[in-house]
Design a protein around this ligand. Structure first.
Ligand SMILES: [Zn+2]
Length: 229
């Protein structure tokens, strides 16, 4: 769409951006099933490279064993190796990489060397306040694991599990409203530069991600169909 050249068809490279709780994992799986894209997340990439014992994998392993953070260069070297593997020929979805604009620029260079480029950055957008209500309202029965929600699925008798009758409701510390808000703030602070980077390149698609999962999937599918047509 942005690319005027009509070279040989190359595998699309998509980036999926979205805060925790926006359903990124679900949408990435949908894209894998529907289009045959391979989902590449930083964690999976690192683990696989360490297991495979590639050069970059060995470097990552020694950094991690020393308790350090694996550098952008190593992550990108691992990504470059991975993109060259045959199963990536249908296209890939990157999740968690790039993280910074420096990484995004390095990724552009890496892709350009392989005759590729970012085809779309899909930014899942949420309503922060509504997200906090959704996440902070969750709790589960400690006995049977049944899930509940203050607003959407309260037990019939407060504090008593509908399924097993236990009175052992648990809330995850991570789901506290302040924690969720802090996580969203951190996400926005980290991602805003990436969003504008991809917007300037004309590959950013903002996808409202508050509705029904299937509706969100349909929007994403529409974008992907358009850019791969
Ligand atoms: Zn229960």
């Amino acid at each position: 769409m942005m690319d005027g050249s009509k070279g040989p068809k190359r595998p699309p490279v998509l980036i999926l951006l979205g805060p925790p709780g926006a359903g990124k994992g679900t949408q990435a799986r949908m894209l894998s099933e529907r289009f045959g894209f391979i989902q590449l997340s930083t964690g999976d990439l690192l683990r696989a490279a360490v297991v495979a014992g590639t050069d970059a994998g060995k470097r990552a392993k020694s950094v991690m064993e020393a308790g350090g953070l694996v550098s952008d260069n190593i992550v990108l070297a691992i990504l470059a190796d991975r993109l060259a593997e045959p199963d990536c020929a249908n296209g890939v979805i990157l999740d968690g990489v790039p993280r910074t604009t420096a990484q995004a620029k390095a990724l552009d260079t890496l892709l350009a060397n392989a005759g590729q480029s970012i085809d779309a950055a899909l930014a899942l957008e949420v309503d922060d306040v509504e997200m906090v209500v959704r996440i902070a309202g969750r709790f589960t029965c400690g006995a049977c694991g049944e899930g509940y929600h203050d607003s959407f699925k309260a037990p019939k008798v407060e504090g008593v599990c509908d399924c097993c009758g236990a009175q052992d409701m648990k809330r995850r510390a991570d789901d506290k409203a302040e924690t969720v808000m802090a996580r969203l703030d951190a996400y926005h602070a980290e991602t805003a530069p990436l969003i504008s980077y991809y917007e300037q390149r004309g590959v950013l698609w903002r996808i409202r991600a508050m509705g029904d999962i299937d509706e969100i999937a349909a929007k994403i599918t529409g974008v992907v169909a358009a850019i791969t047509a």
